[in-house]
Design a protein around this ligand. Structure first.
Ligand code: HEC
Length: 127
């Protein structure tokens, strides 16, 4: 846990140093360097649930940080997305396999996955 926190803090300080917009554009989500929520409680929830499918796009799951993939989903509206997560949606099991998650957790997890990884702290900044 301590190591995860240190990694998050390192990511935060690296991200703070690279305010160059051209380098931000090169940051693409990838399966080898999964994006993580900045909040450590949310990060551990994400890592033990949604990440299993949404980091690499298992079964056509929209990949976390891939704005284009999430855009048509977000257009359904957050209440629909939360409902679909709770009830299951095509390839996704009910509750996204997170039996401990509440609606508020799902909202935060969905907002994180649909957001730009360059704007979140856990992102590795590369060069
Ligand atoms: C077992 C794999 C798996 C897990 C775990 C999982 N998902 Fe998914 N999720 C999917 C797949 C596959 C889709 C795409 C379904 C489709 O559109 O065919 C999806 C789609 C979604 C969608 C879009 C639904 C829509 O209406 O378009 C949301 C929102 C979502 N997941 C949220 C979550 C959240 C939040 C978690 C963690 C609590 C999670 N998922 C965990 C596989 C998973």
């Amino acid at each position: 846990m301590r190591q995860i926190l240190a990694a998050l803090l390192l990511g935060l300080s690296l991200a703070a140093c690279s305010n160059d917009p051209s380098s931000a554009q090169q940051q693409k989500p990838s399966a080898t360097a999964p994006v993580m929520p900045a909040d450590s409680a949310l990060a551990s929830l994400y890592a033990s649930t949604c990440m299993a499918c949404h980091a690499a796009g298992i079964g056509d799951a929209p990949v976390a940080g891939d704005i284009a993939a999430w855009k048509p989903r977000m257009q359904k509206g957050m209440p629909t997305l939360i409902d679909n997560t709770i009830n299951g949606f095509r390839g996704m099991p009910p509750l996204g396999s997170c039996s401990d998650c509440g609606e508020e957790d799902f909202r935060e997890l969905i907002e994180f996955m649909a957001s730009d990884p360059a704007a979140t702290a856990g992102q590795e900044s590369g060069s």
